[in-house]
Write a protein that binds this ligand. Structure first.
Ligand SMILES: NC(=O)c1ccc[n+]([C@@H]2O[C@H](COP(=O)([O-])OP(=O)(O)OC[C@H]3O[C@@H](n4cnc5c(N)ncnc54)[C@H](OP(=O)(O)O)[C@@H]3O)[C@@H](O)[C@H]2O)c1
Length: 255
């Protein structure tokens, strides 16, 4: 059974490990946007497919039996491509998306934003020393904030001009609460802008809560229609094992 795993997350790496250990042929696909990514176990391919058409060709050309979309909840385009390509080819697709922070105990105290524009507007009214923890790709939406202090945390350096009033901090999580507290204090942060990446715990949110720093939380995009969703790695394993039985039976019958 050939599984294509769309990755770029810790959950995808965990899945690759489990599938590999179970003897299932899995290829993890990475976008190639991060230098020195954490590589999963097993085979990896890197780079875009060329939209839904390219992914459709890949699924057919590589006899893929199942696709697991374990990309980040904000990776909208690849998820849409996967839904489209799997719809066209009939290859089963499962979307793994971490539990949202909408159920976090502090969620009601956050300022929820439906778009980057709205997040910007809300944050602009809350403080002048902003911690942007939204990834590299959305920084451009804030660069006219040359009149305030911005701490932008990114994995790779931004490829856009950054205002002189900003500090860019290159770091890769997970982070410890003590370090996050130290960071917020050291830079005198008075508003945190982040996105609903979800997951078990998040140190920056805990630190913001402790220091009573307001949080602007960017809401997740809606997943593609008609795609089966699960929130835990264990659910994916159950799905794959069920499919494996079907694929093995099909292969026996076609012999
Ligand atoms: N967005 C985030 O906040 C975030 C955070 C952490 C990790 N990531 C990871 O970083 C990657 C890129 O995120 P993004 O927000 O730029 O996604 P995106 O907007 O959905 O993807 C942009 C393009 O990158 C290619 N791509 C994305 N993920 C891919 C994958 N796993 N394998 C092959 N091609 C992929 C696709 O190119 P083609 O159209 O040419 O196929 C896609 O159209 C994702 O794999 C995601 O899991 C994203």
């Amino acid at each position: 059974m050939n599984v294509l795993l769309l990755g770029g997350t810790a959950e995808a790496r965990e899945l690759a490990r489990l599938l590999h250990a179970d003897g299932i042929a899995v290829v993890t696909s990475l976008a190639g946007t991060v230098t020195n990514p954490h590589l999963p176990e097993g085979t990896t391919r890197v780079g875009g497919f060329g939209g839904a058409d390219g992914l459709t060709d890949y699924l057919r050309g590589h006899h893929v039996d199942a696709v697991i979309d374990a990309t980040h909840p904000f990776a909208e385009r690849i998820s849409a491509s996967a839904a489209d390509a799997c719809g066209r080819t009939g290859v089963p697709l499962l979307r793994l998306t971490r539990p949202s922070w909408a159920v976090h105990s502090d969620a009601a105290s956050w300022h929820w934003a439906d778009s980057i524009d709205q997040a910007r507007e809300i944050a602009g009214g809350l403080g002048n020393r902003v911690f942007l923890a939204i990834g590299r790709q959305s920084l451009g939406e804030f660069t006219d904030w040359g009149d305030r202090f911005v701490l932008a945390r990114v994995i790779d350096p931004p490829d856009i001009a950054i205002p002189a009033s900003w500090t860019v901090l290159r770091a890769r999580g997970p982070f410890r609460i003590d370090d996050e507290l130290d960071l917020l204090r050291r830079y005198g942060i008075d508003v945190l802008v982040t996105k609903d990446a979800g997951g078990p715990t998040d140190a920056k949110l805990a630190a913001a809560s402790e220091l009573e720093v307001p949080v602007v939380m960017l809401r997740r995009p809606a997943p593609p229609d008609r795609v089966r969703l699960v929130t835990y790695v264990a659910d994916v394993m159950v799905w794959v094992k069920g499919l494996r039985v079907g694929v093995a039976g099909q292969r026996r019958r076609s012999r």
